[in-house]
Design a protein around this ligand. Sequence first.
Ligand code: SF4
Ligand code: SF4
Length: 380
Amino acid sequence: MSMEIAARTESLKQRARQLGFDLAGACPAVTPAGVTRLAEWLQHGFAGEMQYIERRRQAYAHPDHVLDGCRSILMLSMNYSVAAEQKESRSAGHGRVARYAGSRDYHDVIREKLNALTDFLRTLAPAAVARGVVDTAPLLEREFAQLAGLGWIGKNTMLLNPRRGSYFFLAALLTDLELAYDEPAATDHCGSCTACLDACPTDAFVGPHVLDSRKCISYLTIELKAPIPRPLRAGVGNWLFGCDVCQEVCPWNRFAPQTVDAAIAPQDHATSLDPCELLRLDDEEFRRRFRETPLWRPRRRGILRNAAIVLGNTRPPHGVAALAIAINDVEPLIRGAAAWALGQYGHDMAQTLLRQRADVEHDAEVREEIEFALAIRSAD
Ligand code: SF4
Ligand code: SF4
């Protein structure tokens, strides 16, 4: 490898660190080993409703499909961990939002930095072709991060770095240039630990490294457009959006450094939300509050469905007033979840609200939810 390639790679990494990326490693653009595992995973149906993965299955086979003529990838990480005391400062009765979603949409923040890094690359090699991606391209980012020496893929399927844990975003800069490649991370430091597999509230791991998304709270609260399957609702607990449990229990996250980037750091007011307040938001108010945040993805109907499930699981006394509004919502998805939640309360007031709605409800699925909710009381 020429001195020029080594110097170019080093300059690029240095610029990446200046821009706020914590880790940077280079790897060749090859067919990742995980492509076969992806095909098997899809075959088992573990992707659930995420048909976009199946549609782009061929594209995952080589980074060429993301950038024509791609030869190298600079893999980057950006930490979003916060101090322990900040994590614990949630208000009682509030629902939880996964940490990664507790700030402005990270895609925007990281894209700006990738654009700046691409501009810098062009100062080094004006004819270079490059593309920065974060999350949305058909690229097995964790596989390439391991290949670029950033860490190993843990049993919880997250990329883990021995000094930085797993609370970080991954991004990639693809280019047609040759770079000086890092050594792949060869050691898996999970050892005999199974903390993540044991702690998952919905038992979503089929085994080490294999996640059935259809049971994962992140999928259920963000991707799934239908009602959350009844047997999984209790496991959702107080998660309104996403879930951090399999990262929270991971010993490698105990000493992970905190982020210093204010644009990425999760904010208390965004990671702990009042489900009752959410159930009172109309379309316009919901848009105003969440349009620029990751919570926009499931839209109002998804978030309010989740809020009702959280109330059914936590049952604060004042939750019934919010559910009384939600059971008459224009969205059947929200009415159905509210009916289930009222059934969990089971007291006279909840039963009255359920019966009143039963008198006017036309949607077959919501009617079934109401009947189920009323039956809980009769079975007591
Ligand atoms: Fe289980 Fe939560 Fe991890 Fe999903 S994110 S696998 S639900 S612990
Ligand atoms: Fe690996 Fe244990 Fe962390 Fe799971 S909790 S990813 S098994 S170290």
